[in-house]
Structures are given as C-alpha cells and as structure tokens.
Design a protein around this ligand. Structure first.
Ligand SMILES: [Zn+2]
Length: 72
C-alpha cells in the first residue's frame, strides 16, 4: 500500500515539470530537447520526507483496516 501511495502521490504532485527552453509541460526530468526541466507545479511544501511519512501512515492505516476485518 505504501508503494502504491508513493506512486500515486508521485504522479499527482511530482510529475508536473516544465521545459523552460520549449515552454512546454513534460513529465521527464530531461526534456527530449536536452534541457533539464524544472518542477513548476505541485505541493511545494510536500518534500520527500513528507511523502515518505504519508506513505508510512497510509500503509499502517491499511494494515489496521485489514487486521480489523481479519479479527472480526
Ligand atoms: Zn524542451
């Protein structure tokens, strides 16, 4: 679950990048023109540590839910 959340969070918040050379949105860190793209949209305060914490919490919550179903 943590890995899935990591992927989803990454897709939502870390995939929006900008090529300043072509002035185009891209998902690649290096655009096909060779220019290194910049992160231009997303949750700027949500760094890697916060994402990892979110994934850990989500994984723990999912495990809790699974255990609750298994016990009852
Ligand atoms: Zn480009």
């Amino acid at each position: 679950t943590g890995a899935v959340v990591d992927t989803v969070v990454g897709a939502w918040w870390q995939a929006r990048r900008w090529c300043p050379s072509c002035e185009r949105e891209t998902e690649q860190h290096r655009h096909r023109c060779g220019t290194t793209t910049v992160h231009y949209r997303g949750v700027s305060w949500l760094g890697n540590d916060a994402v990892n914490l979110l994934c850990t919490v989500a994984g723990a919550a999912a495990m809790g839910a699974i255990l609750r179903i298994a016990i009852s």
